[in-house]
Write a protein that binds this ligand. Sequence first.
Ligand SMILES: Cc1ncc(COP(=O)(O)O)c(C=O)c1O
Length: 380
Amino acid sequence: MINYPSLSPVESLSKQTRGRSVVNLASGSPDPSMIPLREIHGAYTQVISEYGRLAFSYPGAGGLEELKAQIKAWCKAIGVPAGGSKVVVTSGAQHAITLLAVAVAANRSYAHEDPTFPETLNSFRLLGKTPVQIPIDHRGAQLEILEQAFSKGKKFSAFYTIPVCHNPAGVNMSTDRRSHLAQLSVDHGFTCVEDDPYRPICPEPGEPIFSHSPKSVAYVGSFSKAVAPGLRIGFVLTANHRLANLVERLEQLDFSTSTINQLVLSRLLRSGAVSKSLEPLRSHYHMKLKAATDELVDNGLELVFKPAGGLFLLADLGVNAVKLLPKALRRGVAYVPALGFYARGRRKASGYARLSIGPASCDEIATGIRLIKKAILDDS
Ligand SMILES: Cc1ncc(COP(=O)(O)O)c(C=O)c1O
């Protein structure tokens, strides 16, 4: 039986809000004001004048060599040691994870964090079987529960994790758990799929799991938050060359990573424009996260986890967040009820909401949180 995905909670919310003027605390898009429009415009002009029509030819599987070289240098800038590993360019992290799910988890069991990001998990759900959920706490995935599963004889092909600025919880996995997880992947022969799109905007992302075991970890990077999600460029990095070759062959299924966008990103990386924006990005989102946290406290709303950075906070609204949503939308604010991010822990999550600090300004974030509070009071 094929496990076709339902619409993710984020997609279904954006359908409900399309065309409505509400404060958007729902979308995981980066802040539009941080997209380097002038530099992107300049890079398109430069690429078209240099390559002409060739910039619009088929890209070929696995990515353009010049971009792959730039991505390796970028990895160094964000603290990911890429030497000796292979890069496969993909259409964003989402595409990378779909290809990895085909490569390692098709028809096989897999494990993932609970909660997690349902849009990426959908590929595992569609292709894999018998998922095992590992709850998270303020230090990331609770690995003792993963170990208990192994001691009961369970085997997994893959463990999908978001160790930095988790979506939706906002936490970072602790350093000791990262090295422990890398060791478990070696000892138990599974691929750790390390989904790391928030590293470029995280103030202290720490060492990736990948750095402890580049052969058993498939590192997934993205330029959606550091440059622009519409370019649709991400990558897989692994020292498991057999896996990298397989992902590259699978990329022939769609050839979807645009040639011109690869050339444009390559120019942007080469010019230093992207690495120069790292510090401003990190302090910008840190400021917005603080504005959101302060406003939640002022309104007597609790955080489920203290976020380490990134775009998301998980707030406990103290009432059913799914039922409250229509009232919040009428008040003029959108959030995503967190229930859809949970598998096993659904009962406790009914009051939780994922709030995003991406598209809204600091003032809008504060207004949005006050409107949520008003909707809660209307309800009581
Ligand atoms: C954890 C996580 N993984 C992957 C993605 C998708 O990233 P991309 O735009 O590179 O496909 C997102 C997007 O919000 C995300 O939050």
